[in-house]
Design a protein around this ligand. Structure first.
Ligand SMILES: [Zn+2]
Length: 226
């Protein structure tokens, strides 16, 4: 059976982390829409050229360019066993058009995963992220109990390698930008949560609370996905 999955979750829900865990477990690629844009632009495909003209003007790429790009990606060889799509659709209109396009291409959708987290908690998690200069994959977060950095002589050290001088990313401290993105996600009328509700009427939606640790949430997800 194919494992074609859409994954939803607000910034700060650990969507990237859980996405790569699922991708590895089931041997399916984690397809991220930003990466699809970059690949099409780099390769100079017709759709890539069209997308670039909008990006260069600082405008959003229209759905009639984005959706064909995604469909092409989902039909590549590495997606034969399935795929995990991340970052699309973001609103109810995109959900409707995307669903119709999947039907037309006879592409099935087995599961939709919804990672649940309280909006304020998600914001705290984003703002608490600290980067290790040695390795971006060393998890450090001053607002997440299981990822607290080591405190020594009033300094914070990487919990994995002990490196001093943990960094913050400017994006992670930009409250206005975080609020704007969360505003779109948590909008149940036309935003991303409206898209999730649209799928609930059509596909099996797996809702998972992301507050327990990564291990608990992952094993819960694996049980529900098989
Ligand atoms: Zn480190």
């Amino acid at each position: 059976m194919e494992m074609n999955i859409l994954i939803f979750g607000p910034n700060g829900s650990g969507k990237g982390t859980f996405g790569s865990i699922i991708s590895e477990k089931f041997g399916i690629p984690q397809v991220e829409t930003g990466a699809i844009f970059r690949e099409n632009i780099t390769k100079g495909t017709e759709l890539g050229k069209q997308a670039k003209s909008f990006i260069d003007k600082g405008e959003l790429v229209p759905d009639d360019i984005t959706i064909p790009m995604i469909l092409t990606r989902l039909q590549e060889d590495d997606c034969k066993k399935g795929w995990l799509l991340d970052g699309f659709p973001r609103n109810i209109t995109q959900a409707e058009v995307f669903w119709a396009a999947l039907q037309k291409e006879k592409i099935t959708l087995e599961y939709v995963i919804e990672l649940e987290i309280n909006r304020e908690v998600a914001k705290k998690r984003i703002m608490g992220r600290r980067l290790c200069p040695n390795d971006n994959n060393h998890p450090n977060n001053i607002n997440v109990k299981e990822n607290l950095p080591i405190e020594k002589d009033g300094k914070l050290l990487c919990r994995v390698c002990g490196r001093e001088g943990l960094l913050t990313r400017a994006d992670d401290q930009d409250e206005a930008a975080i609020d704007k993105r969360h505003g779109i996600y948590f909008d149940t009328n036309t935003g991303t949560l409206a898209a999730v509700r649209y799928f609930k009427e059509r596909v099996k939606v797996i809702q998972v609370d992301t507050l327990p640790g990564v291990k608990e949430v992952s094993s819960h997800l694996f049980r529900l996905l098989t």
